[in-house]
Design a protein around this ligand. Structure first.
Ligand code: M6R
Length: 366
């Protein structure tokens, strides 16, 4: 049933390198151009000045990642919101805004309601979706299909990394269409993006080590996940995975917000998962000082670190080393470690991993 894996979720985690590779192959031409989805032209993107991304749950975390990438590389102002909030606010959106909906199922009620509203305002709708023929796809002007195959596990894994890859590809194509990236720069980014599938595979091959760490920390009442910048959404997604399948309370936080509240939670029994792989990124040093603050309060530090970073091993109780990839693309690699960490914590707690209590795969009512 699960092709030799004990659950669908574990199978789907393992499918990620292949899916990411296939997306790269399909969307990058032999001349090294990133192809735009049908219905969206370079000319359109040259004139565009605002993007609004709407989605729920894990797809919202993908949207947060997409926003960070796009605003960084395309020069377009990008906002993101939860579909359930977006639909009840007054976002002052005009027909010149491109609305991007992200959804695995394409049937999420709030996401659908949001795009219907945006259509009424005259906006174009682009969706990143996994199910061809779903409502979101049918109601969009242009679509990027993530083509992961059916995702059966209620906790989303492969759809998430495929959504991130979709944003990475889309960002590179928009940035080159707008002249923000020269052909030579685009080539460098694409070469770096091509490192991602193998890096994810490398993380998955460390599952026995991650299992030990997951089992060691599975029994506490709560855990904290910290990240910054591109890996702030990774922290939120890691905490969500943990909550969903292990029923252990987990909170994702922007590490810089620690002093504004969550630091009060830290004691010797609180596992704090710190995503700190961005050695070239200006936020790496900031992350490091946040980790030192946790250490000073005897928190149990589980670090996700770049290979070769021995500094972090000194500060941490446990380290998951991941291959160093370009900072912008590291969230796809890092989240694989957090998916497995949540997986093995849940397994140790004996929950129904593929069908966690109270959750539906697709939330078709508000
Ligand atoms: O099908 P969608 O991507 O629109 O679903 C959105 C959320 O319901 C979904 O990501 C949910 O949060 C998952 N259970 C997360 O693992």
């Amino acid at each position: 049933e699960h092709s030799g894996f004990e659950t669908f979720m574990l199978k789907e985690i393992h499918e990620q390198p292949r899916i990411l590779r296939a997306l790269l192959e399909k969307h990058v031409s032999s001349e090294g151009q990133v192809l735009l989805p049908d219905g969206l032209s370079s000319d359109y993107f040259r004139k565009l000045n605002r993007i609004m991304i709407v989605s729920c749950g894990t797809a919202y975390h993908a949207g947060m990642y997409g926003k960070l990438l796009m605003e960084n590389l395309t020069g377009i102002a990008v906002e993101t919101d939860l579909a359930s909030e977006f639909r009840y606010r007054d976002p002052k959106i005009d027909p010149g805004t491109l609305v991007i909906a992200v959804s695995q199922s394409g049937e999420t009620a709030d996401t659908l309601a949001s795009i219907r509203m945006a259509k009424d305002w005259g906006c174009r709708i682009f969706s990143i979706c996994n199910v061809e023929g779903s409502s979101v796809v049918r109601e969009s002007d242009a679509v990027f299909l993530t083509e992961c195959g059916p995702e059966i596990g209620v906790a989303s894994t492969k759809a998430y990394t495929a959504q991130q890859m979709a944003f990475a590809l889309l960002t590179l194509s928009i940035a080159s269409a707008r002249g923000n990236l020269s052909p030579a720069e685009l080539k460098v980014y694409l070469d770096d993006l091509r490192d991602v599938p193998d890096a994810v595979h490398y993380v998955i091959r460390q599952k026995e080590l991650i299992q030990k760490i997951g089992e060691k920390h599975h029994d506490g009442p709560s855990s904290l996940y910290l990240g910054r910048r591109f890996n702030y959404p990774t922290a939120l997604e890691g905490a969500l995975k943990n909550k969903e399948i292990s029923y252990q309370h987990a909170e994702g936080y922007a590490a810089g917000e620690m002093k504004h509240g969550p630091i009060a939670l830290i004691n010797e029994s609180l596992p704090v998962v710190c995503i700190c792989t961005q050695t070239a990124d200006e936020v790496y040093e900031k992350m490091l000082s946040n980790i030192k603050e946790v250490e000073a309060r005897n928190g149990r530090i589980i670090a996700v670190a770049s290979e070769g970073d021995s500094e972090l091993a000194k500060l941490s109780d446990d380290v998951i080393y991941v291959p160093a990839v370009r900072d912008e693309f590291s969230p796809m690699v890092n989240v694989a470690a957090l998916q497995l960490l949540a997986y093995y914590a849940a397994r140790a707690r004996g929950t129904d991993i593929d069908k966690p209590r109270n959750l539906a795969k697709s939330v078709t009512v508000e």
